[in-house]
Ligand binder design. Structure first.
Ligand code: NZQ
Ligand code: ZN
Length: 394
C-alpha cells in the first residue's frame, strides 16, 4: 500500500463555450505583457480560432509575436526557432494554441528562454537539469496528452530519431483554456488517438504490484469507464457537445496526477516503449499506445494478477467465472475490442509499421538507456523483455 504522495495542480482551468475570449485577460492576470503565440500546422488558423485569440490579446493590450508550424511529435528544430524568436522579441509569456505537441513545444521554448546559458536538449537527455522556466498557458484544441495541466514536455530530435521527455512541477502551465466546441473539428482518427491516450494515462497509474488507495482506484475506474462510454458516443456523433466536454475534462484529470495519488508513480513502460516508436517511425502517440498495450499486459500480468483482475471486472465488466488467468485474458481482449471499436490498432502492423529485428533491438536499447536501467513497475523490464514485447506486438 502506497499512501504517500504530493499532489500539485496549480493550473487555472477555464472551461466552457467561448472561453478562448478570456485568453488576453488570463495573460494579463499572470503579469505578462508580450506573448509568443505558438500553434500547429493549420487547424487553429482554418477554424478562425487564432484570429479570435489575437483579438482577445489586443483587447487587453498584450503584444504578441507568432510562431506556427509545430508538427505532431514536436521537433527540437522548431523549439530552437522559438527560443531565438522569443529572445529577439523579448517575450515574457508563451501561449500554446493547439494540442499536446504545441504545448510541449511551448514548454521547451519557455525552458530555453529562462536558461540562456544551456542547450535546452541537455535537459531532455538528462545531461543537465533546471527548475527555471517562463510562464506557459494554453488554449486546448484536442483532448489527449493532458499537457495542459501536466508537468512534462516530450520533444523529438529528428536527426537522431530520439523522442525524450523532461519535466517538473515548475513546468505546469499557468492556465488552460478549454472550450470543448473547439475539438469538434478533429478528424475521427485524432479523436480516437486522444481517447486511447487519456485511458492510458490512468491505466499507467492503475497498474503496479501493490494496491492503490481505494479512493484513487474508484476515481480511476470511473474515469476509464466514462471515457470509454463517451468515446463510443463520439464515434457515432462527433459533434456531441456533452461527450466532447466529458472527454476534454477527463484528458486533464487523467494526467494531472489525480488518478495516481498513492500509486507510487505507476508503471509507464507502455509510454516509454511507445515514445521510441514515435521517435523512429513518427506514429501518432495514442495509436502507438493501443498497438502495444495488449502485448505489454500479456507479458507482465503474472506479476500483478490482482490489478489485472480488478481492471477486467470493474472497468470492462468481465464476469468472475473461470480461473484468474482466464479473467485477465478476457479483460485484455475486451480492451482490445474497445480499441477496434474506436478504430485504433492492436498491433504494429495495424499501426502501419513493421520494425526489423535491428530496429526492435535499437528501440529496446534506447528505452533502457533513457530510463537509466529497467522500465516499469509491474515488472521492471530490461531490454530483452522489451524486445519480446515489441515482437509480440508485431
Ligand atoms: O497541427 P494542427 O493543424 O493543429 O493539427 C493537429 C495535429 O495534426 C490536429 N488538431 C489538433 N486540434 C485540432 C486538430 N485538427 C482539427 N481540429 C482541431 N481542433 O491533431 C493532430 C495531433 O495534434 P497533437 O498536438 O500532436 O496531439 P496530442 O495532443 O495527442 O499530442 C501528442 C504529443 O503529446 C505527447 C505525445 O508524445 C505527442 O508528442 N505527450 C505529451 C505529454 C505531456 N506533455 O504530458 C504526455 C503524453 O503521454 C504524451 O507523451
Ligand atoms: Zn500519453
Amino acid at each position: 500500500m502506497y499512501n504517500e504522495f504530493t499532489y500539485y495542480t496549480p493550473t487555472k482551468v477555464v472551461f466552457g463555450k467561448g472561453t478562448e475570449e478570456k485568453t488576453g485577460a488570463l495573460i494579463k492576470e499572470a503579469g505578462a505583457g508580450k506573448a509568443l503565440l505558438h500553434y500547429g500546422g493549420g487547424s487553429a488558423a482554418r477554424s478562425g480560432l487564432l484570429d479570435r485569440i489575437k483579438k482577445s490579446l489586443a483587447d487587453e493590450g498584450i503584444a504578441c509575436v507568432e510562431l506556427g508550424g509545430v508538427k505532431p511529435n514536436p521537433r527540437l528544430s522548431k523549439v530552437y526557432e522559438g527560443i531565438e524568436l522569443g529572445r529577439k522579441e523579448d517575450v515574457d509569456f508563451i501561449l500554446a494554441v493547439g494540442g499536446g505537441s504545441v504545448i510541449d513545444s511551448a514548454k521547451a521554448i519557455a525552458l530555453g528562454l529562462a536558461n540562456p546559458e544551456d542547450d535546452v536538449w541537455s535537459y531532455y537527455i538528462r545531461e543537465k537539469t533546471t527548475d527555471r522556466t517562463l510562464p506557459v498557458g494554453s488554449v486546448l484544441t484536442i483532448a489527449a496528452a493532458g499537457s495542459e495541466m501536466s508537468d512534462g514536455s516530450v520533444i523529438t530530435k529528428e536527426e537522431e530519431n530520439l523522442k525524450r521527455d523532461f519535466g517538473g512541477d515548475f513546468m505546469r502551465p499557468v492556465f488552460a483554456v478549454m472550450n470543448p466546441e473547439l475539438t469538434a473539428t478533429l478528424p475521427e482518427y485524432q479523436t480516437s488517438c486522444g481517447v486511447a491516450d487519456i485511458l492510458m494515462h490512468t491505466m499507467e497509474r492503475f497498474f503496479n504490484r501493490e494496491d492503490n488507495m481505494e479512493i484513487t482506484d474508484d476515481l480511476a475506474i470511473a474515469l476509464m469507464r466514462d471515457v470509454m462510454a463517451q468515446g463510443r458516443i463520439l464515434m457515432k456523433d462527433p459533434s456531441n457537445y456533452e461527450a466532447r466536454a466529458n472527454v476534454m475534462w477527463a484528458g486533464s484529470l487523467s494526467h494531472n496526477g489525480l488518478t495516481g495519488c498513492g500509486a507510487n508513480g505507476g508503471d509507464w513502460a507502455t509510454h516509454n516503449m511507445e515514445h521510441e516508436m514515435g521517435g523512429l517511425f513518427d506514429v501518432a502517440h495514442g495509436a502507438g499506445l493501443a498497438a502495444i498495450w495488449g502485448s505489454w499486459a500479456r507479458y507482465v500480468h503474472p506479476a500483478a494478477p490482482h490489478r489485472f483482475v480488478k481492471f477486467a471486472q470493474r472497468v470492462l465488466d468481465v464476469d468472475g467465472t473461470g480461473t484468474e488467468e482466464e479473467i485477465i485474458e478476457r479483460g485484455i481482449q475486451a480492451m482490445e475490442e474497445f480499441y477496434r471499436e474506436i478504430k485504433m490498432p492492436t498491433s504494429m502492423k495495424e499501426l502501419g509499421i513493421e520494425p526489423t529485428e535491428e530496429q526492435i533491438r535499437w528501440m529496446a536499447q534506447s528505452c533502457e538507456i533513457k530510463a537509466g536501467g529497467a522500465n516499469g513497475a509491474v515488472i521492471p523490464l530490461k531490454k530483452e523483455d522489451m524486445e519480446q514485447i515489441y515482437k509480440m506486438a508485431l
